[in-house]
Design a protein around this ligand. Structure first.
Ligand SMILES: Cc1cc2nc3c(=O)[nH]c(=O)nc-3n(C[C@H](O)[C@H](O)[C@H](O)COP(=O)(O)OP(=O)(O)OC[C@H]3O[C@@H](n4cnc5c(N)ncnc54)[C@H](O)[C@@H]3O)c2cc1C
Length: 368
C-alpha cells in the first residue's frame, strides 16, 4: 500500500504538540500527531503549574485547575516569608486531565492522534518526508518530543545539553499544609540549582524538588527535613514521577528545511524557573499557524518568523549560572527576610509586575 500523504506530522502529544496540531488543523492542514505513550496525558513527568501568562494565553476549563495567589518561600532553616498578589496567580493543574482535554481539542479541530507508537525514523523524499513506520508522507515534520528529542537527533538539529533533574510525589492529601499557598524551599544542599516545592493541586498535593547535575536529587531527605511542617509520613502516596528540565536556553539550529522543533525539544524553557508550559503554549500554537500559512498561503518560512519572536533568555541564563553555583545555605538564611530578597522573589514569582501585596509586612505565621 502506498504511503498516505498528509501535510504535517507532529511528534509528541503534550503541550507543544497538541497546541501546534490544533492551530494547524484549524487552518486547514491535514495533521497527524504521533505519541509514544498509550494516550495523551499518560505518565506525565511535570508538576504542570501554569503561570498567569500561560492561563491568559490559552483558555482552559476551570475544572482542571486551582488558582493560587500566594507563595511561602522558605530558607534552609525553614524560616519563611509570604509573598502574595491580588492580581497575579498560578494555576496548579490536574495535568493529565488537561492534556487529555487538549488532545480532544486537537481532534475536534481535525487532527489525528496515533498513540502507543514511538517515532524512530523518517527520510527526505521529493516534496517532504516519508515516515515508513506509519506509512505516511508529510510536507512538514515538527519535533514536539521533549527534552531528549529524537527529531532533533535524526535531523542533526541542536540538542539540549544542560538539564535539571526533577523528582515528584503526589499525595492524596496533606492536612497540615496550607492549601492556599505554593510552598517553595531554597536549599543548596537538597535542591542545588533549583528549589523544592509543596504545591496544592486540584484534589491532591505535589511534593518535589529538582537539582542540577552536581547533586543527586534526594526527595527522601527533603521529606524528612520538612516532616514536621507537612506530616508526609501520615499521608498516602498517589503517584511518583521524575523528569528532565532543559535549562540551557534555546537549541541551535532549531529548524532545517521542512523540520521545526518546539517546546522542550527546542529548549523553550525558562533557564531560571524551569517553566516551559507557557512557551510550549505560545510557540506550539504559533508554529502551527506559521506552518499552515507557509504551506497554504505563501507565508514566510516559519523558522524565520519564530527566530524574531523567540526570547533570548540572556538575563535568565546569567541567573542560571548563579543558581548552579549554589549560594551557600547560610546566605539564604541571612537574606530571607530582607527587603531586597522580598523584592527579588516578587520579581521572579510575579513576573516583573509590581503587584500590591495583600498585606504589607509579614503574613500570619511568617517569620520575616
Ligand atoms: C519534574 C518537572 C516539573 C515541572 N514543572 C513545571 C511547572 O510546574 N510549570 C511549567 O511551566 N513547566 C514545568 N516543567 C517543564 C514542563 O513540564 C515542560 O516544559 C513541558 O512539559 C514541555 O512540553 P512539551 O510538549 O514540549 O514536551 P513534553 O511535555 O516533554 O512532551 C513530549 C511528548 O513527546 C512524546 N515523545 C517523546 N519522544 C517520542 C517519540 N520518539 N515518538 C513519539 N512520541 C514521543 C512524549 O511521550 C511526550 O508525550 C516541569 C518539568 C519537570 C521535569
Amino acid at each position: 500500500m502506498s504511503p498516505r500523504p498528509v501535510d504535517l506530522v507532529i511528534i509528541g502529544a503534550s503541550f507543544a504538540g497538541l497546541l501546534c496540531a490544533k492551530a494547524a488543523a484549524l487552518r486547514g492542514l491535514r495533521t497527524v500527531i504521533v505519541e509514544a505513550k498509550e494516550e495523551p496525558g499518560a505518565r506525565i513527568h511535570t508538576t504542570g503549574i501554569l503561570v498567569k501568562e500561560a492561563a491568559d494565553e490559552v483558555d482552559t476549563p476551570a475544572q482542571f485547575s486551582r488558582a493560587i495567589h500566594g507563595v511561602r518561600l522558605y530558607a534552609p532553616s525553614l524560616r519563611h516569608i509570604d509573598l502574595a498578589s491580588r492580581d497575579y496567580y498560578f494555576l496548579t493543574t490536574d495535568t493529565a486531565g488537561l492534556i487529555r482535554w487538549f488532545a480532544d481539542e486537537a481532534r475536534h479541530a481535525g487532527a489525528e492522534i496515533v498513540c502507543g507508537r514511538r517515532f524512530e525514523t523518517a527520510r527526505r523524499v521529493e516534496g517532504g518526508f516519508e515516515l515508513p513506520q506509519f506509512n505516511l508522507t508529510a510536507r512538514y515534520v515538527v519535533g514536539a518530543d521533549g527534552a531528549r528529542s529524537t527529531v532533533a537527533k535524526l535531523f542533526g538539529l541542536g540538542r539540549n545539553e544542560r538539564f535539571l533533574t526533577g523528582l515528584e510525589i503526589e499525595y492524596d492529601s496533606l492536612p497540615k499544609a496550607d492549601p492556599d499557598l505554593l510552598h517553595c524551599f531554597l536549599d543548596t544542599r537538597l535542591a542545588r540549582g533549583y528549589l523544592a516545592w509543596v504545591a496544592p493541586a486540584p484534589g491532591f498535593f505535589q511534593v518535589g524538588l529538582a537539582t542540577n547535575d552536581k547533586v543527586k536529587p534526594d526527595l527522601k531527605a527533603f521529606l524528612s527535613h520538612t516532616e514536621r511542617l507537612f506530616g508526609f509520613s501520615q499521608a498516602s502516596v498517589k503517584e511518583r514521577r521524575s523528569g528532565l528540565i532543559p535549562c540551557g536556553g534555546p537549541v541551535s539550529p532549531f529548524a532545517a528545511p521542512g523540520v521545526l522543533l518546539i517546546g522542550d525539544a527546542a529548549g523553550h524553557v525558562s533557564p531560571l524557573t524551569g517553566g516551559g508550559i507557557r512557551l510550549a503554549f505560545r510557540f506550539g500554537r504559533r508554529a502551527g499557524q506559521l506552518i499552515a500559512d507557509h504551506l497554504l498561503r505563501h507565508g514566510p518560512p516559519p523558522e524565520a518568523v519564530l527566530a524574531r519572536e523567540l526570547p533570548s533568555f540572556t538575563k535568565k541564563l546569567a541567573l542560571r549560572g548563579v543558581m548552579d553555583a549554589g549560594p551557600p545555605n547560610w546566605l539564604y538564611d541571612l537574606v530571607i527576610g530582607t527587603p531586597p530578597m522580598r523584592w527579588f522573589a516578587k520579581k521572579v514569582y510575579f513576573h516583573h509586575r509590581n503587584p500590591p501585596a495583600l498585606q504589607e509586612g509579614p503574613q500570619p505565621g511568617a517569620e520575616d
